[in-house]
Design a protein around this ligand. Structure first.
Ligand SMILES: *[C@@H]1O[C@H](CO)[C@@H](O)[C@H](O)[C@H]1NC(C)=O
Ligand SMILES: *[C@@H]1O[C@H](CO)[C@@H](O)[C@H](O)[C@H]1NC(C)=O
Ligand SMILES: *[C@@H]1O[C@H](CO)[C@@H](O)[C@H](O)[C@H]1NC(C)=O
Ligand SMILES: *[C@@H]1O[C@H](CO)[C@@H](O)[C@H](O)[C@H]1NC(C)=O
Ligand SMILES: *[C@@H]1O[C@H](CO)[C@@H](O)[C@H](O)[C@H]1NC(C)=O
Length: 945
């Protein structure tokens, strides 16, 4: 960064030139300018003064978009004719500065409204694009440039209202106020009055680039008043609303048109009469009338066509008429049908993006004719068949992305054909066969994604070192991991998990990969070893997965990776305590140490950044230690199968986004955590095999589930709605490109076992809503009241065990309708009256009813003659209730032991919201891929719109 100091003396515009004249070296005289320099002294001074009002700051945001890496104004020096300065053009005759191009000049600072620039009254062209004017307003003094024809202040961090004086530049031919960086800076606002004046006064205007300007108050119809000489109109992200008149396509000279983005716009693509000589059309993030009309083929001049605007249906064959087309971007629509073979006529095509649609069928062989193609991007469709062998003709390809389709067969190219390839992505298909050796020799390849296929065989030695991302995970690759992987010194992402790789891997091997951020080796037959004396670090490492890697100790080299975000070491035999350094990993979001032999207490300093903490299947003991902080971000907490004791920390209520809580199979001894009902996102709750008590503060609420209110909490509502939910369940989230299965959530919830506890209260009626229940076991509790007749709704019930409770009253006749019932055990209760007859009831023996002294009728020998009705339920309930409570108080001091075997509950839609939002109903490529796609779209927006 080089900084020019500002001239600090405040000088009035009128006097500044006089002052400067004397201030500068006396050898420079006005006369010497006029004789030896074309440029006038005054204009040179004005420019020099302008120069001093800014710093030059080489790291301005977005300088990436600049080709130059120096500032033009560095060449501006006194004593040299200003007409020869970089970016300055003068009139050959008068010597007046008539054009100033300071785009990408790394200018940094507020743009002063009294800038000496306004002294250049003859300016016809002013380009200040891609500088950083620090959210200055565009000065209204701009109207002093009465001769201005071209004004470009795009992406230069101007903000606020565009001055109305902008409409007082009657000669203006092109105006560019656009900004592609509006996410980071406040928009320029162009108000409706200013805009109307602009349209009215600028009769010469040909190019109007307003993308990124906030024009929320402007009615799209006003654009129809623009001059018919308009050649370019670019309106992406302008916050426009409503229907944009499609007569824009009849503007006789329009060559370039972009529309869409932020706002709420529609436009109907005309079905005929496109009269415009359009060369570039960009309609994105809006609605453009569902169908791509056949008439699109009339736009014979089209060179670049970008449409991501909710198109449906197929691509009309007439697309083959657009012979001039070099770029075709139709990604992110709902287009279907086959990729039209007529595309093969577009021999100029270099970019073909059809990703995120529903195209099906094979890639037409004729695509092999598109010899100029550098990018063929077809990911996330339903394409199938073999990878088209004719693609071998596309020797210019830099990017070939066929991922997330249903391509099958093996890779059909045998010799190296794609020597320019940088990005090869065939992931998420059904490809098999061995990996052709040429893949490992492509000299420029940076991104190689072959994951989620069925590739077999061994992998070759890597003969390139350009690779940045290598993902071979989820295949059937075998053999050892080649040593040459250590040559991939640029590697940032290494995904080899879920294959059949074997062998001992010294982790030291990876120590040369100093750029490595992600390493996934899980689920192979590998044995990872840490060399005891190893003292290396991978400073960039953020994501580590060594699940099922036969690790016996903590890979402590990770300790020095400061930005660690996920650490998955599950299913190893790591012993000892959790190392304390975990607590220093302030960015850690996923920590999965499940199924190891870890012991001791869970440190109570775990990072607050955690979203997933999975420690299940270890030997941790002690209390659950955490004081969960106010802004607890945990989504999944799994401590299942340890020896945790003590209470469930009340501070869990701070984890407002908790979706999965599994503390099953521990020794937690606590009151029933009714307070969990405040966790509205909770979708999976596992409390089984612990000692939960019922609170003695509100004994009236002692019921099977502690209170009626609890039934309204999402957890239980979902239990009730189980009928609508599939049984087999496993939560898989994609975390940075790998599928992270939340182990232990796989669930079969077709039965409820709540036996051998001391449940008090009645069986809730709502249990009859669990229509898919196959088994219900509530035996050996202290349940009272009636058997709810609603049980008769459980049409799938195959076994019902309510034995050894305090149930009274009749056996409801409704149970006769349970035609699937094959096991019934109601023994040892206080049931009475006649046993219902019919259907399955004709098959049950004495054993189903024994120990109920008041029951009568078949199959019992006791006849029903002379037997009275059982006691009224109300009385009985009340009585038993009081009795029950007294027993509790006497027996246990405070509370009833309430061991709860709840199974796994899966709620609401059956899919947690985050799952839904990640997958959005369709299998999607990894998060990494999504990010890549977004980057691409952003980049394309910038380049194409
Ligand atoms: C422009 O105005 C500011 C105050 O608004 C003043 O500080 C500065 O000196 C002026 N610059 C010139 C060149 O007159
Ligand atoms: C000015 O001179 C340059 C060459 O020195 C020439 O290319 C340009 O056309 C001239 N412009 C005018 C307006 O005469
Ligand atoms: C656009 O400008 C209007 C004022 O004209 C303002 O209310 C609105 O918030 C702005 N929109 C954005 C996205 O900045
Ligand atoms: C977009 O506009 C349509 C009508 O033009 C309207 O029905 C819809 O609610 C709007 N959507 C938003 C998000 O403003
Ligand atoms: C390609 O163009 C020719 C005319 O030059 C036409 O006959 C042919 O049908 C077109 N091919 C396709 C596949 O549309």
């Amino acid at each position: 960064m080089r900084i020019f100091t500002k001239l600090s003396a405040p000088l009035c515009l009128l006097f500044v030139f006089l002052c400067l004249k004397t201030a500068f070296s006396s050898s420079i005289h006005a006369s010497s300018f006029s004789t030896t320099h074309l440029c006038s002294h005054e204009e040179a001074l004005a420019l020099l003064q302008f120069k001093t009002s800014f710093s030059i700051y080489y790291t301005v945001p977005y300088s990436d978009y600049c080709v130059e890496n120096y500032s033009k104004i560095e060449s501006w020096k006194e004593g040299i004719d200003c007409c020869s300065w970089d970016g300055v053009s003068c009139d050959n005759v008068t010597g007046h500065v008539i054009a100033l191009n300071l785009s990408c000049s790394f200018l940094y600072g507020t743009f002063p409204s009294n800038s000496t620039l306004f002294f250049l009254r003859n300016l016809q062209s002013l380009n200040l694009a891609l500088n950083d004017f620090r959210h200055s307003k565009i000065p209204s003094e701009i109207s002093q440039f009465t001769r201005l024809k071209h004004l470009d202040v795009s992406s230069s961090q101007f903000s606020g209202q565009v001055p109305r004086e902008i409409a007082h530049l009657p000669k203006l031919v092109s105006l560019n106020l656009s900004s592609y960086f509006h996410d980071n800076s406040p928009d320029l606002i162009l108000e409706t009055t200013t805009f109307r004046n602009l349209v009215h006064n600028l009769s010469e205007v040909r190019e109007l680039v307003l993308s990124g300007v906030n024009m929320t108050s402007v009615n799209p119809c006003f654009f129809m008043n623009l001059s018919s000489s308009l050649t370019s109109l670019r309106l992406f992200n302008c916050q426009l609303r409503g229907n944009f008149p499609n007569s824009i396509f009849r503007f006789p000279n329009l060559k370039r048109f972009s529309l869409g983005g932020k706002g709420n716009l529609t436009i109907d693509l005309p079905s005929s009469n496109w009269s415009s000589p359009l060369q570039r059309l960009y309609l994105g993030d809006m609605d453009c009338g569902r169908r791509l009309p056949e008439s699109i083929g009339d736009l014979k001049s089209l060179q670049s066509l970008t449409l991501f605007c909710n198109l449906e249906g197929s691509i009309p064959a007439s697309i083959g008429n657009l012979r001039q087309l070099t770029s075709l971007y139709l990604f992110s629509n709902n287009l279907n049908g086959q990729i039209p073979p007529s595309l093969a006529n577009l021999t100029q095509l270099t970019y073909l993006y059809l990703s995120f649609n529903q195209f099906s069928g094979p890639i037409p062989a004729s695509i092999g004719n598109l010899r100029q193609l550098t990018s063929l991007v077809l990911y996330s469709n339903n394409l199938s068949g073999q990878i088209q062998p004719s693609l071998a003709n596309l020797t210019q390809l830099a990017s070939l992305d066929l991922s997330n389709n249903q391509f099958s067969g093996s890779i059909p190219f045998h010799a190296i054909r794609f020597s320019k390839l940088r990005d090869l992505d065939l992931s998420y298909n059904l490809l098999n066969g061995t990996l052709p050796p040429w893949i490992f020799t492509l000299p420029l390849l940076e991104y190689l994604h072959l994951n989620h296929n069925q590739f077999q065989g061994q992998i070759n030695q890597f003969q390139q070192n350009s690779l940045v991302e290598l993902d071979l995970s989820n295949n059937k690759l075998q053999g050892s991991i080649p040593n040459s992987i250590a040559n991939l010194v640029n590697l940032n992402y290494l995904g080899l998990s879920s294959n059949l790789f074997t062998g001992l891997v010294e982790l030291d091997k990876f120590s040369v990969l100093q750029n490595l951020e992600t390493i996934f080796l899980s689920d192979n037959n590998l044995s990872l070893r840490m060399n005891v004396n190893a003292n290396f670090t991978l400073p960039m490492l953020t994501d580590v997965s060594f699940s099922s890697c036969n690790l016996s100790e903590f890979p402590n080299f990770i300790r020095h990776s400061n930005g660690l975000q996920s650490l998955v070491l599950s299913k190893n035999s790591i012993h000892g305590n959790i190392p304390e350094w975990i607590c220093e990993k302030d960015d850690l979001e996923i920590l999965d140490l499940s199924h190891n032999s870890l012991i001791g207490k869970i440190p109570n300093c775990l990072p607050k950044s955690l979203s997933v903490l999975n420690l299940q299947g270890n030997n941790f003991d002690g209390n659950i230690p955490f004081g969960f902080p106010e802004a607890c971000g945990l989504i999944n907490l799994n401590l299942h199968g340890n020896q945790m004791n003590g209470l469930l920390p009340r501070s869990l209520v701070n984890c407002r986004i908790l979706q999965v809580l599994d503390v099953g199979n521990n020794n937690i001894s606590d009151t029933f955590p009714q307070w969990l009902e405040s966790l509205l996102e909770l979708q999976v709750l596992v409390l089984r095999a612990n000692k939960f008590h019922v609170s003695c503060i509100a004994p009236k609420k002692v019921h099977l589930f502690p209170s009626c209110e609890f039934w309204t909490s999402p957890a239980i509502i979902l239990l009730v709605r189980m009928g609508a939910i599939s049984y087999q369940y496993s939560l898989v989230v994609t975390w940075k490109g790998f599928d992270y299965e939340l182990q232990g959530i796989l669930t079969v919830f077709s039965s409820i076992h709540l036996s051998n506890n001391m449940f008090e209260g009645e069986i809730p009626d709502v249990i009859g809503n669990l229509s898919s229940l196959k088994g219900l076991n509530l035996s050996h509790n202290n349940l009272t009241g009636h058997i709810p007749p609603s049980l008769g709704n459980l049409m799938n019930l195959e076994w019902l065990d309510l034995s050894s409770n305090e149930l009274a009253g009749k056996i409801p006749d409704e149970l006769v309708s349970l035609t699937q019932l094959s096991v019934l055990n109601l023994s040892n209760n206080h049931l009475g009256g006649r046993i219902p007859q019919g259907n399955q009831f004709n098959t049950f023996g004495n054993g189903s009813y024994e120990g109920n002294l008041e029951l009568c009728g078949i199959p019992l020998s006791k006849s029903c003659d002379g037997i009275g009705t059982p006691p009224s339920s109300f009385q009985e309930k009340d009585e038993l209730w009081r009795f029950g409570w007294r027993v509790v108080v006497l027996g246990y001091g405070c509370g009833v032991i309430f061991g709860l075997l709840m199974g796994y509950l899966v709620f609401r839609t059956g899919k947690p919201k985050w799952f839904v939002s990640l997958f959005d109903g369709r299998p999607s490529p990894s998060g990494r891929k999504m990010r890549k796609a977004r980057r691409l779209v952003q980049r394309r927006s910038w380049l194409q719109s």
